[in-house]
Design a protein around this ligand. Structure first.
Ligand SMILES: [Zn+2]
Length: 125
């Protein structure tokens, strides 16, 4: 048993696993940020109000249709948490995460559509 060799090997092993963990973390971070950039903002059409857009970067709850709908905005997606419409289609739609997907509540005349931030890459690249 040569402690010096096994010690060296262990240190190398530790360094290697540390590198793997770091690389995995960096990769996960890259994919997470990339997934977040897939749909950059949400366009909201609420009855007769002028349509407006909100960024997905700032998680928040939004009351729509005079409080008849509670929309939850998260990084990477949006969903209707509560709606008082009889059909509940908007609630059952669940979370939308991709550009072009939308949640529609016909009774409350609300349309929520995800829009991409892909233009960002086109501009900077
Ligand atoms: Zn609805």
């Amino acid at each position: 048993m040569k402690p010096s060799i096994s010690c060296k090997f262990n240190r190398f092993d530790l360094l290697l696993s540390l590198f793997v963990v770091l690389a995995a973390a960096a990769l996960a971070l890259f994919f997470l940020s990339h997934a977040g950039g897939e749909a950059g903002e949400v366009s909201i059409r609420d009855g007769d109000n002028a349509p407006y857009s909100l960024t997905l970067d700032a998680p928040r709850r939004v009351q729509l249709a005079d409080g008849h709908i509670t929309l939850v905005i998260e990084r990477g997606g949006v969903y209707v948490e509560y709606a008082d419409c009889p059909t509940q289609d908007c609630v059952r739609t669940g979370k939308i995460t991709r550009t072009g997907e939308s949640i529609v509540c016909l009774p409350n005349r609300v349309v929520v559509t995800l829009e991409g931030a892909g233009e960002f890459d086109a501009v900077t690249g």
